[in-house]
Ligand binder design. Structure first.
Ligand code: SF4
Length: 476
């Protein structure tokens, strides 16, 4: 049995007469062309949106933007690879009409227009709205950590620097002791002189490193920062995500209907605390509705942020995390104390009433403490409740907002499972496309531009799957 054979290379073939014939009507490049041609690039902030009157003509920003959108859609993010594709890939040849910018031009375009990619992402969100791809009822907000162009070795916290300095001091002491012994040694053989020279070189190297670390530590203290990254100064150590090491925190608000990203932004904050209202609020605005539900995991549980959500038309659903010393020691959690608003007291697990005993204003945050010392004194549940003389429950003065949220969550327990399945899809896809979730660019503004392109590509792929290219071109 023979194999299927290709044609001989010198055979004359009847191939399609134009590049146009190679690009089918439902090829995504046709949508990219129509979408970019419909954008107001000057309003989005692209540089050189109008051609120069004199001098050598440059590439039109629309052409370079098309190249990047195509690249991110097809997991080609490097400027060198994009330049190569422009010379050998028929889809790119069609899209750029045979233009072949060099890699430097392509790379500079991404860096120079870092802030303009977000308006492009938002332009596509508006298009998805016209296509009715958003349910506009529920958003799932979550963050993922993505690696920066900065190794762990080139990231220093104050503690790490202090440890290095201490270690250097110990090493120098050790080398000096060895040197003394070598100096006092009777043996003036060749070997002793060489050892002494080696030790002196080691001491000099260690002193130099110590000096560098001491300067870095002094700079950190002066700036008030807690850490410094040497390759990408904006990147931060993600302590709770050891696999990422040093990176960024990408936040997304995903609409539950088709798992499309409505809003995204990147920060270098290590935690998600305080990021819910700004992410979900911006998404609500883009969706053009008065109010929307938003669900997030326990990492977003912060009273002030939950209260801010209500102010920006977002109804939050965030489960209360079990934090605090009592929980860590295996004692009753705060959830087990029921607050009775009418009488302003807590009912404890033993059925006693805990009344306000102290008010505290600290760091602009007012709290009230509730307790019942006489009841605790003879309580049989005390070992499960407190190791002090009486249990105290702290209530933030705005905590009514958290109580309302707890009631909403109790009425919709399934919403937490919806959250998980809604955000897992974009994060799973994005990390796979981004080479396990690693940025190529350095610096927060450029990383933000890069993530806008990535989120755009994710949305575009989803929308193509749902409605197809021809319908999308019609909606432009
Ligand atoms: S120790 Fe005090 S607060 Fe705790 S269950 Fe007993 S009476 Fe209630």
């Amino acid at each position: 049995m023979a194999y299927i054979e290709g044609h001989t290379r010198d055979q004359m073939l009847l191939i399609p007469a134009s590049v146009e014939d190679y690009v089918a009507a439902d090829n995504p490049v046709r949508f990219i062309e129509a979408f970019v041609d419909g954008l107001d690039l000057a309003a989005a902030g692209f540089t050189r949106s109008r051609p120069k009157a004199t001098g050598r003509p440059g590439y039109a920003p629309g052409d370079l933007l098309k190249l990047y959108l195509y690249g991110y859609l097809n997991r080609i993010r490097s400027s060198r690879r994009l330049s190569t594709e422009a010379g050998r890939n028929l889809e790119v040849m069609w899209l750029l009409r045979g233009l072949q910018p060099n890699f430097r031009t392509i790379a500079d375009f991404r860096g120079d227009n870092k802030d303009a990619f977000k308006p492009v992402f938002r332009g596509f969100v508006k298009l998805c709205r016209r296509l009715d791809l958003f349910g506009r009822e529920l958003l799932a907000v979550d963050g993922t950590r993505l690696k920066a162009v900065n190794s762990r070795r080139r990231n220093f916290t104050r503690q790490k620097l202090a440890d290095w300095i201490k270690l250097a001091d110990e090493r120098i002491e050790e080398y000096l002791a060895h040197l003394d012994r070598a100096d006092q040694s009777e043996a003036q053989a060749d070997g002793a002189a060489t050892r002494a020279a080696t030790l002196k070189a080691k001491i000099a190297r260690t002193r130099k490193r110590r000096e560098t670390h001491a300067t870095m530590l002094a700079d950190l203290v002066a700036s008030g920062e807690s850490q410094v990254s040497l390759t990408d100064p904006d990147a931060r150590g993600m302590a709770t995500h050891p696999k990422v090491g040093v990176g960024y925190n990408a936040q997304v608000a995903v609409d539950a209907k088709h798992k499309l990203i409505v809003e995204q932004h990147v920060t270098n904050a290590g935690s998600d605390l305080g990021l819910l209202a700004q992410t979900a609020g911006a998404a609500r605005e883009l969706l053009g509705i008065e109010q929307i539900d938003a669900v997030a995991d326990k990492g977003y549980y912060k009273g002030e942020d939950i209260a801010a959500c209500e102010e920006v038309g977002v109804i939050p659903y965030v489960a209360r995390p079990q934090r605090g010393a009592a929980v860590a020691a295996g004692r009753f959690a705060k959830d087990e104390f029921a607050y009775e608003a009418a009488g302003d007291f807590y009912r404890c697990p033993a059925g006693h009433r805990l009344d306000p005993v102290q008010r505290l204003e600290k760091d602009g945050r007012g709290s009230i403490f509730y307790s019942n010392r006489p009841a605790c004194r003879g309580c049989p549940l005390k070992p499960q409740c407190t190791d002090g003389s009486a249990r105290r429950i702290e209530r933030w003065k705005g905590e009514a907002v958290l109580d309302r949220m707890a009631q909403r969550l109790a009425a919709r327990p399934d919403i937490l499972a919806t959250r998980r399945e809604t955000v897992e899809h974009p994060f799973g896809s994005i990390k796979q496309w981004m080479n396990q979730g690693a940025f190529l660019m350095k610096g927060l503004p450029k990383v933000r531009g890069e993530f806008s392109l990535t989120a755009f590509a994710y949305n575009l792929r989803r929308a193509i799957t749902i409605v197809g290219v021809p319908a999308m071109i019609k909606a432009v």
